[in-house]
Design a protein around this ligand. Structure first.
Ligand code: PHE
Length: 344
């Protein structure tokens, strides 16, 4: 009697096990091939669920009917779940009831991140003017980020950029300007290059500032490059990027690695200079810093500043994207919220 019961018990537990396994496997059925191998394994003529019925001979006669019913029920359940799965009956569906008028399954797809979109537009404008692209590391040495850019230790300009230091001489770059140094070390003038990338500053996170952001640096070095070239190039850029009638305003500023240094404003593209909430009623939007490359910078890379001159500029992508798309919180760029990103 004891052995009779154990035959029934083990047969029932193998039914349970197969039910669990089949249900788990059904979750990974995702195309015709996996559906077909599931069907062969469980539901086919030699499938596991048919094999189960063969166990009947191990079961005491008076319990066979109960076992048979349970095995049949299991087969019916699995068959029903398989048929209900989206891939279960793919062949039949395509053959018998394919309706070309049915709307398709929505297929979620990504979109280009607004910052990448802005970067691509800026990149294409400068590439068409004959600039090349250059890149440098985000983990940078103090030398490239500051020293070689005419910003020695204890220079007050270092305070403007709250730096994340990794060690005394290694840091997360606070600007893309160190890539200027790397480019000039490798390449002799003439140089025309733009350098996009991430930069980091230890700033309090708010709607206006974040601990990382993106810049595009520009560098043009050759014989006889003048401030007029800087002005002409950046005006041409602004007119292609914003609007062909855009005006720019050049204000004196200070950066250790350029002399003279300027900041460039563009006429507010929303109110056309009349004054609105985006430009804080001024009619102008500040978009970049620029200047003529400082002779000390040329000295640090061995470029003869008697022979060559150049201009450099740097702009923040977030700021331009916020303005261009009318976004009011910089953190949205980093939250990966599909409801935000899908709008671009
Ligand atoms: N690196 C400067 C900044 O981060 C911008 C800049 C680049 C200014 C090149 C002048 C020349 O603010």
């Amino acid at each position: 009697m004891a052995s009779d019961n154990s035959g029934m018990n083990s047969a029932v537990s193998s039914l349970d096990r197969i039910r669990r396994e089949a249900e788990a496997e059904l979750l990974s059925v995702c195309d015709e091939a996996t559906a077909e191998s599931f069907r062969i394994k469980y539901l086919g003529k030699k499938g596991l669920l048919r094999e189960l019925l063969k166990n009947v001979k191990d079961i005491p006669e008076e319990q066979r009917r109960e076992y048979g019913a349970a095995a049949n029920q299991l087969r019916a359940d699995i068959e029903q779940k398989f048929d209900a799965a989206p891939w279960g009956k793919i062949e039949q569906k395509t053959a018998e009831s394919f309706d070309p008028g049915m709307p398709g399954f929505p297929f979620p797809h990504g979109s280009i991140h607004p910052l990448i979109h802005i970067r691509n537009q800026i990149r294409d404008i400068f590439l068409s003017m004959g600039f090349t692209m250059s890149y440098g590391p985000e983990i940078e040495s103090d030398y490239y980020n500051f020293e070689a850019l005419n910003t020695p230790k204890h220079h007050p300009a270092r305070d403007m950029q709250d730096t994340f230091y990794i060690s005394e001489s290694v840091l997360l770059r606070t600007q893309t300007s160190p890539v200027q140094i790397r480019v000039m070390e490798k390449q002799k003038p003439p140089i025309r290059s733009i350098m996009p990338g991430r930069v980091y500053r230890n700033e309090e996170i708010s709607a206006r500032s974040y601990c990382l952001f993106h810049q595009i640096e520009g560098l043009y070095v050759d014989e006889g490059v003048s401030f007029a070239d800087l002005k002409g190039t950046l005006l041409a850029f602004a007119r292609r990027f914003f609007d062909e009638k855009t005006k720019i305003k050049i204000r004196p500023s200070f950066f250790p690695f350029t002399e003279p240094s300027v900041e460039i404003d563009v006429e507010c593209f929303l109110c056309k200079g009349v004054g609105c909430s985006i430009c804080k009623r001024s009619g102008w939007l500040e978009i970049l810093g620029a200047g003529m490359v400082h002779p000390n910078v040329f000295k640090s890379v061995g470029v003869d500043s008697e022979k060559y001159t150049g201009f450099a500029f740097g702009m923040g992508l977030e700021r331009i994207a916020l303005l261009k798309y009318g976004i009011d919180d910089i953190r949205l760029f980093y939250e990966n919220d599909a409801r935000f990103l899908n709008q671009f």
